[in-house]
Design a protein around this ligand. Structure first.
Ligand code: ADP
Length: 425
């Protein structure tokens, strides 16, 4: 009977809860015992060693503990203390009551049952928490993570996160034999445990609003983020047309222009800046103004320009929304405003597709874990031409890094064709 754990890691995205729900439910149906790991890889490193129950330590104590082990990058002060989980017996005994009554302070690897994840696909973000873990980037951190997994008897993990998280998953899997050998040789695990955990089953699902992963058409959370941006453009449109104004919108996406491009297509933008395809003209200001002037001349009362977070010109000089605003105001005399959508793009209720995709991919992920052998590569679950796929995780991460490198090398045609093999100049 496989013991399977699921975790969410890196930047949050809509649909992560649907991933957890789908994996837990599928795994239960296929006879596995199911767990969640809270706070991403950080939870793996922390494990359950600080187990405490309802009578939880006073806040100061906790705070102190957190300070002591400053393991978390950035502001991941998101340790959810009041999440309640059942003990996984719910399906078997048929009760819908949570036998919870305990909080999860100090416990990061938690047994979950069917009821625990019921209805999860309607909420945004990730209920089991995510973090950026410094500790997991180190060998010692991963050694502790391996020890914690073995202590809980976990044989398989599903990781939902971006390219960083999936790289971490690949590193962990590749290093696993060495980690368990060290744990056995230092008597932290028994020989039986060593034998039973000689191989780690791991699978990746891509949760990212940026749609920046190669070898899959769509990442979990990207459709919802696109919806949010579309709604924002619609809202801005009213004012833009009424006052005949121009709006410059900065949207997220890191090195990837997908959100900006598709938001532009669905919102009827006049000009779009994306990292993979800087403006043809150099300098680009005249080209942009000419286009916008033409649209105005044929009667358009509003102007929308979209700037991707990672946009730059051909020399990799960043293009910022404020500068675009200046150009539009000064050269075309347009009343121009900048709107930075920021985190409103990230969160909120997942759209239908961000429930469907994680559900289908969650089923595939469990199958991939059940079928994994020491000889199969770790897989990333993707989608290609509307079919759920399995691709070697490392290949996808490698190809994703190649795109970023091509952009750095100013080889924009290569970047475009890596993003979209159908791309033609
Ligand atoms: P994302 O998954 O959204 O791209 P990050 O790049 O921040 O986000 O990665 C999330 C976490 O994955 C990191 O905080 C770290 O714990 C882990 N990670 C990323 N890269 C590696 C690596 N090369 N080795 C080990 N762990 C890694």
């Amino acid at each position: 009977k496989l013991r399977l754990a699921v975790l969410t890691s890196g930047g949050d995205s809509a649909g992560m809860n649907a991933v957890v729900r789908a994996i837990v439910k599928t795994a239960i149906l296929k006879g596995c015992e199911t767990y969640v790991v809270r706070e991403g890889y950080e939870g793996l490193v922390r494990g359950n060693s600080e187990a405490v129950s309802v009578a939880s330590p006073p806040r100061e104590h906790n705070h102190h503990q957190r300070k002591e082990s400053l393991l978390v990058e950035g502001d991941a002060d998101s340790f959810v203390h009041n999440l309640r989980f059942g003990d996984g017996e719910l399906l078997r005994d048929g009760t819908s009551d949570h036998p919870a009554g305990r909080t999860l302070k100090g416990r990061y690897i938690v047994r979950v049952g069917w009821d625990d994840v019921r209805g999860w696909f309607t909420s945004g973000g990730t209920l089991i928490g995510t973090a950026r873990s410094v500790a997991f980037r180190t060998y010692e951190g991963r050694l502790t993570a391996a020890h914690n997994l073995i202590k809980e008897g976990i044989d398989a993990i599903a990781v939902c996160g971006g390219d960083g998280s999936l790289t971490g998953a690949d590193v962990f899997r590749a290093e696993w034999p060495k980690l368990v050998a060290e744990l056995a040789s230092t008597s932290r695990i028994t020989e039986e445990q060593h034998k039973a955990h000689a191989h780690l089953r791991i699978v990746g699902l891509v949760g990212s609003i940026d749609n920046d992963m190669s070898m899959t058409d769509l990442t979990i959370g990207a459709p919802t983020a696109l919806h949010r941006i579309c709604e924002a453009i619609d809202n801005i449109d009213s004012t833009a047309s009424s006052h005949s104004r121009a709006f410059v919108l900065e949207v997220m996406g890191r090195h990837c222009g997908w959100l900006a491009l598709l938001a532009g297509v669905s919102g009827g933008a006049d000009f779009i800046f994306i990292p993979e395809r800087p403006p043809e003209a150099d300098p680009w200001e005249d080209e942009m103004c000419r286009n916008i002037q033409r649209h105005r001349e044929i009667g358009k009362r509003k102007t929308i320009v979209i700037v991707a977070e990672g946009a730059h010109d051909k020399h990799l000089t960043p293009i910022r929304a404020d500068y675009v605003k200046e150009v539009l105001s000064e050269r075309l005399g347009l009343d121009t405003r900048v709107t930075t959508l920021g985190h409103t793009q990230r969160g909120g209720r997942p759209c239908a597709f961000d429930r469907i995709l994680p559900t289908l991919q969650g089923v595939e992920a469990v199958d991939a874990l059940l079928e994994a052998t020491p000889d199969t590569p770790s897989y990333m679950i993707g989608i290609a031409e509307n079919k759920i796929t399995r691709v070697p995780l490392m290949e996808a991460v490698k190809m994703t890094n190649e795109v970023t490198q091509a952009i750095k090398d100013k080889d924009f045609d290569k970047a475009m064709s890596l993003r979209d093999p159908e791309f033609r100049e």
